[in-house]
Design a binder for this molecule. Structure first.
Ligand SMILES: Cc1cc2nc3c(=O)[nH]c(=O)nc-3n(C[C@H](O)[C@H](O)[C@H](O)COP(=O)(O)OP(=O)(O)OC[C@H]3O[C@@H](n4cnc5c(N)ncnc54)[C@H](O)[C@@H]3O)c2cc1C
Length: 389
C-alpha cells in the first residue's frame, strides 16, 4: 500500500533536511539522474497541490538551520511564489498562451514542422541527452531544474519549435505542473520574459552538471532565436472574498489546494463540501493522473477524520442535478491560481449561472503584490515575508 501523500511529503522534507539541505547551494545544479535525487528536495508535486505548504517547508528548515546558511533554498521556494504573483498580475500572458496553443495546433505553418515536433515529444531527435529527458519526463513525471532548462532551450533554440508547444508538453507530463512556473520559465528561456535575456544550453554545461552521463555529440545551436518582445503591465490583484455564507452554499474541492492546515479544514465546515471527479487539469500522463487521484483520495480521508462530509460526483450531470435539487447559487473554492483549474471552475460557473467565490491563501495574499517587477526586488522582501508567516 502506497504511503499517504501527506506523509510522503513530510518524509521527503525530513530526508532532505538530513541529507541535502546543508549542501543545497553548491550541489543543487547537478542532475545525477532519476535514481539519485538527494541534492534537491523533490517536494514540488506536493507543494504544487499545497499538500505541504511553502510556509511549513520554510519554517521546518529554519528549525534546523539559520536563514543565512540556507538562503539559497529558501529563495528557490520563493521563486515559485514570485512566478505565481507575476502571472496573477498579468493574466493576459496566460490568455495569450492558450490562444497560441490553439492556433499552433491547428495552423498550417505548424504542419510543416510536425515531423520535428513529433520527434521532440517522442524522444527521437537523435540528441542523446534530450531524448533521455523526454523518456524521463514521461516515465517519472519529473525532471531536475537544470534538465528542464536544457530541454526547453534545445526545443526552442536548436529544434526551432514554438515555446508554447513545449510548455504544453511539460504541463501535460509534470507531476508538479504549474501554469505560472512552467509558462514563465519557458518564456524566460525563449527570451520573451526579460528583455535581452534568454537561456542557451551548452554542451559543456550539460557535460559538467550531468557528470558526463551523455557522451554522444549533441550539435546544439550556438545561436538563439530572436523573438518579439512584449511588455505586460502589472495590475495588483484584488483578493475579494465573500465570507457571508448561506447554508445552501457549497465548497468545491480543487486538486490545486489540498491543504491539511487546521484553518483550511475548519473553513470547509461552513459548507456542504463537494468533489467533482475528473474535473482537474485535463491530465493525460498516467503517472500524473495516478498521483492526482491518490492525493485527492488521501485528502478526502483526512476531511472524513475531521468530520467533514464530502459529496462526490462522478460526472458533471449528477453534480448539476445536485446543485439544482439543493437550490445552490453560490460555489466556493480555495483559489487555485491562474491556470487550467481556474479555467475549469470559471467555465462551470458561467455555463450554469452560478456565482463563484474564492478563499485566498494568506501567504499568497502577503507575497503576490510584490511580484510586480524582477525577482531581485521581490527577494529583498523575503525576510519580512518570513517574519509574517
Ligand atoms: C522550463 C521550466 C519549466 C518548469 N516548470 C515547473 C512547473 O511546472 N512546476 C514547478 O513547480 N516548477 C517548475 N519549474 C521550476 C523547477 O524546475 C522545479 O520547481 C524544481 O525542479 C522542482 O524540484 P524540487 O522540488 O526538487 O526543487 P528544489 O530545488 O528542492 O526547490 C524547492 C522548491 O522550490 C520551488 N522551486 C525551486 N526552483 C524553482 C524554480 N526555478 N522556479 C519555481 N519554483 C522553484 C519548488 O516549489 C520546489 O519544490 C520549471 C523550470 C523550468 C526551467
Amino acid at each position: 500500500m502506497d504511503l499517504n501523500t501527506r506523509d510522503s511529503a513530510l518524509n521527503l522534507l525530513k530526508k532532505f533536511i538530513n541529507n541535502g539541505l546543508s549542501n543545497y547551494s553548491s550541489d543543487r545544479n547537478y542532475d545525477y539522474g532519476p535514481q539519485n535525487r538527494t541534492n534537491t528536495s523533490n517536494l514540488s508535486p506536493f507543494i504544487k497541490r499545497r499538500i505541504i505548504h511553502e510556509t511549513e517547508v520554510i519554517k521546518e528548515c529554519l528549525n534546523y538551520f539559520k536563514y543565512s546558511k540556507i538562503e539559497k533554498f529558501i529563495q528557490e521556494v520563493f521563486w515559485r511564489t514570485y512566478w505565481k504573483g507575476w502571472l496573477e498580475g498579468r493574466p493576459k500572458v496566460w490568455e495569450n498562451y492558450k490562444k497560441d496553443i490553439k492556433s499552433l495546433k491547428e495552423s498550417h505553418s505548424f504542419g510543416i514542422k510536425k515531423k520535428i515536433y513529433l520527434s521532440a515529444i517522442e524522444g527521437t531527435t537523435g540528441i542523446d541527452c534530450y531524448d533521455f529527458w523526454v523518456k524521463e519526463l514521461i516515465d517519472y513525471g519529473y525532471l531536475h531544474n537544470h534538465s528542464r532548462m536544457w530541454m526547453s532551450s534545445i526545443w526552442v533554440h536548436t529544434l526551432n519549435l514554438p515555446w508554447q508547444l513545449g510548455a504544453d508538453f511539460f504541463l501535460n507530463n509534470l507531476l508538479d505542473a504549474d501554469p505560472a512556473s512552467n509558462t514563465l520559465s519557458w518564456r524566460w528561456v525563449t527570451g520573451i520574459h526579460t528583455r535581452g535575456k534568454n537561456y542557451l544550453a551548452s554542451e559543456q554545461n550539460i557535460n559538467k552538471y550531468t557528470q558526463n552521463r551523455f557522451i554522444k555529440k549533441k550539435n546544439l545551436s550556438k545561436k538563439s532565436v530572436i523573438p518579439n518582445f512584449e511588455d505586460f503591465i502589472f495590475e495588483k490583484k484584488r483578493f475579494t472574498e465573500n465570507l457571508e455564507f448561506s447554508k445552501e452554499d457549497i465548497l468545491l474541492i480543487n486538486s490545486n489546494y489540498l491543504n491539511y492546515s487546521l484553518e483550511s479544514i475548519e473553513f470547509c465546515k461552513n459548507f456542504k463540501v463537494c468533489l467533482l471527479e475528473n474535473s482537474s487539469n485535463n491530465e493525460s500522463n498516467k503517472i500524473v493522473k495516478k498521483f492526482s487521484k491518490k492525493s485527492v483520495e488521501d485528502y478526502l480521508l483526512q476531511l472524513k477524520k475531521k468530520s467533514v462530509h464530502v459529496e462526490t460526483f462522478e460526472n458533471e450531470k449528477d453534480f448539476l442535478k445536485f446543485l439544482f435539487m439543493n437550490k445552490v447559487k453560490n460555489v466556493y473554492s480555495f483559489y487555485p491560481g491562474i491556470g487550467r483549474q481556474l479555467d475549469i471552475l470559471t467555465k462551470l460557473a458561467e455555463n450554469n449561472n452560478l456565482k463563484l467565490y474564492f478563499k485566498y491563501d494568506q501567504f499568497d495574499k502577503l507575497c503576490w503584490p510584490y511580484a510586480s517587477s524582477g525577482f531581485f526586488k521581490f527577494k529583498k522582501e523575503i525576510p519580512r515575508f518570513i517574519e509574517n508567516i
